[in-house]
Write a protein that binds this ligand. Structure first.
Ligand SMILES: O=P(O)(O)OC[C@H]1O[C@H](O[C@H]2O[C@H](CO)[C@@H](O)[C@H](O)[C@H]2O)[C@H](O)[C@@H](O)[C@@H]1O
Length: 255
C-alpha cells in the first residue's frame, strides 16, 4: 500500500540528476516534453521548451539527445532550433552532426506493403489514423478507443505476413517497426560515443517503449524518470511534461 504521507511525484532535480557536465541526458518527446493530444499533428510545443533544450545542450556539452518514436523529420519540425542528436522511429533513424542514417527497411517494399495493409484496415472509419514512417507505420485509435483490440489484432496479423517488422504497442496506437530497433538499443549505442560516453545516463520517458531504455539506464547506475501514471521501472516520477521542463530548466540554472 502506498504511503499517504509521501508526495506522489519527485519535484526536485537534486535527488534525481548528477551535474549537467557529468550527465548523458536522454529525452523522449510525446508525453515527456509535450502533452499528449488527440492527433499526432495536433501537438504544440511551448516556446519555453526550445529555450530549455538549448540550455540543456549547452550545459551538457551536447550530451542531450531526443529519443523518440516519431520520425526524425517530425521531431526536427517540432523542435526546430535543437541541433543535438535525434534518434527517431524508435531507433530506425539517427540524426547527428547534420547527417541522417536510416534503417535498411526504410522505403522498402515491406514497409510499403505494411502501410497499404494498415490503410486497408482503417478504410471506412475516419476516426482511425494511419501515420506513415520511413521504416514502419502506426495505426492510431485515440478517437475510437473501443476498436483497440481490433487494431492490435490487425497489426499482429500484418506483422505475421511481413518479415522484419514487429508490432509495438503505444499510447492509443499500435505500430509496426523494424524488429531489430528499440529505444534500449538506441541509448546503449549512443552512450558508447562522445559526447555521451563516460557520463551517468539519465532518461525521461512516459510510454511503454521507454521502459526498456530506462531499464538499461538503471543497469548502468543511471537514473530514470517516468512521466505520468502507469507502471514503470523508473525510481522517479513527474506528473506532466510541464514539470519535466521546469525541473530541467532549474537543473541548468535557468528559470
Ligand atoms: O517516443 P515518443 O516521442 O513519445 O513518440 C511516441 C509516439 O508519439 C506519437 O503518438 C502519441 O502522441 C500523439 C500526440 O500526442 C497521440 O495522439 C497518440 O495517441 C500517441 O500514441 C506519434 O504519433 C507516434 O509516431 C510516436 O511513436
Amino acid at each position: 500500500m502506498s504511503n499517504p504521507a509521501a508526495p506522489p511525484f519527485a519535484k526536485t532535480a537534486d535527488p534525481v540528476l548528477p551535474p549537467p557536465d557529468r550527465t548523458a541526458l536522454f529525452l523522449d518527446f510525446d508525453g515527456t516534453l509535450v502533452d499528449i493530444v488527440e492527433t499526432p499533428d495536433g501537438v504544440t510545443v511551448p516556446a519555453h521548451v526550445h529555450d530549455v533544450l538549448a540550455a540543456l545542450a549547452a550545459a551538457t556539452g551536447g550530451a542531450t539527445a531526443i529519443i523518440s518514436g516519431r520520425t526524425v523529420s517530425d521531431v526536427r519540425k517540432f523542435l526546430h532550433g535543437f541541433d543535438g542528436t535525434i534518434v527517431g522511429s524508435h531507433g530506425a533513424e539517427w540524426f547527428a552532426d547534420g547527417e541522417l542514417e536510416s534503417h535498411p527497411l526504410a522505403g522498402s517494399d515491406a514497409v510499403a506493403e505494411a502501410t497499404a495493409r494498415a490503410h486497408a484496415f482503417a478504410e471506412g472509419d475516419d476516426r482511425l489514423l494511419v501515420e506513415e514512417k520511413p521504416a514502419g507505420v502506426v495505426l492510431h485509435y485515440r478517437r475510437a478507443p473501443e476498436r483497440e483490440d481490433e487494431v492490435r489484432a490487425a497489426v499482429k496479423t500484418i506483422a505475421r505476413g511481413i518479415e522484419g517488422l514487429v508490432p509495438s504497442p503505444a499510447k492509443m496506437a499500435c505500430e509496426l517497426r523494424p524488429a531489430d530497433v528499440s529505444k534500449r538499443g538506441a541509448v546503449a549505442r549512443l552512450a558508447g560515443d562522445a559526447p555521451f560516453a563516460g557520463r551517468t545516463p539519465a532518461y525521461f520517458g512516459d510510454d511503454h517503449t521507454d521502459e526498456a531504455a530506462m531499464e538499461w539506464v538503471l543497469e548502468q547506475g543511471g537514473t530514470a524518470v517516468k512521466i505520468g501514471e502507469g507502471k514503470s521501472c523508473a525510481p522517479h516520477r513527474l506528473a506532466t511534461p510541464a514539470d519535466v521542463v521546469a525541473l530541467l530548466a532549474d537543473w541548468t540554472g535557468g528559470k
